[in-house]
Design a protein around this ligand. Structure first.
Ligand SMILES: [Zn+2]
Length: 292
């Protein structure tokens, strides 16, 4: 009989150890997310109502000022948010994220407690935990038609790097669309006038690209433009100096990595590129790697 009780006792201890181990594992490795829960779109009517309720709740909240701040933050780089046939346009595919894939990524950020902030918010050198900057390059039209409604659905903001010489051009946002973006709280960044390789420009040419784009955005949209994005991530020492001299306070490249506000040059902050090739799991992996 005693032996029997001892066995039960050992069995219970074993179960407690296994459960404890699982708890520790998931605590550190992240709780498993059921893909089918994320994809559950059957009850669209109900979820639309819930989303509206969520948006009202979100709007009533003050911007989170968390006591727990840190110096590291991912600056995500997106380009197009559209459907592209990989076979027909491989380059376009690599520069794009599928709208449904983009929405899943935004839902992930929402579900995991991320706060979207603007690039210029990083000038404070401290950010709330789980802060993230979403930068869309090139002022593309699908930012307005596709990305913005999804961002708004999740109560998120973003930054758009505008090529001022391309405003209203094919696939690019018009002045009216940019105005709507500004109204919706989107941060405008300069991405120069004509998207040239800045490592190859003279001082005069750099000045023109940097000063004209900044002045145009500020005058046309009544905003302060402190942030800059290097076209194709190209720069040299002179270009960085000119970015500073023309009054920009913060700039980002295409070099891969999270931004470290203590260690990085604020005019050369790295970014985390996300496109179709990452998929949902790639996006999650990149962010989880940064969280650690
Ligand atoms: Zn660009």
């Amino acid at each position: 009989m005693k032996n029997y009780i001892k066995k039960i006792y050992l069995f219970l201890v074993a179960i407690i150890l296994v459960l404890g181990g699982m708890l520790l594992h998931f605590q550190y490795a992240g709780w498993p997310v059921a893909e089918d829960v994320i994809l559950a779109e059957e009850n669209e009517g109900l979820s639309a109502i819930l989303n509206q309720v969520q948006m009202v709740v979100d709007e009533s909240k003050k911007p989170p000022v968390l006591p727990d701040t840190e110096h590291q933050v991912p600056i995500v780089m997106y380009h197009y948010v559209r459907v592209v046939d990989k076979e027909k346009d491989a380059l376009g595919y690599n520069l794009s994220i599928n709208p449904s894939g983009f929405e899943k990524q935004m839902k992930y950020l929402k579900d995991h407690g991320y706060t979207t902030i603007h690039l210029a918010d990083l000038l404070d050198k401290k950010v709330p935990k789980k802060a993230i900057v979403l930068v869309f390059d090139d002022g593309l039209e699908d930012f307005y038609t596709t990305a913005l409604p999804i961002l708004q659905k999740y109560g998120f903001t973003a930054s758009n790097a505008v090529i001022t010489g391309m405003i209203g051009a094919h696939e690019h946002m018009s002045e009216a669309q940019l105005r709507e973006c500004v109204k919706a709280g989107i941060e405008l960044l300069s991405h120069t006038v004509s998207h040239l390789d800045m490592s190859k420009l003279s001082k005069e040419e750099l000045k023109k690209q940097l000063a004209e784009s900044k002045a145009y955005l500020e005058k046309t949209f009544g905003v302060k433009v402190e942030g800059f994005v290097y076209p194709s991530g190209r720069y040299n020492e002179l270009a960085v100096q000119m970015v500073k001299d023309e009054g920009y306070k913060i700039a980002t490249t295409t070099q891969y990595g999270e931004a470290n506000l203590e260690k990085n040059n604020m005019l050369l902050l790295p970014r985390v590129r996300i496109d179709n090739r990452d998929g949902y799991s790639g996006f999650v992996k990149k962010l989880e790697a940064i969280e650690k």
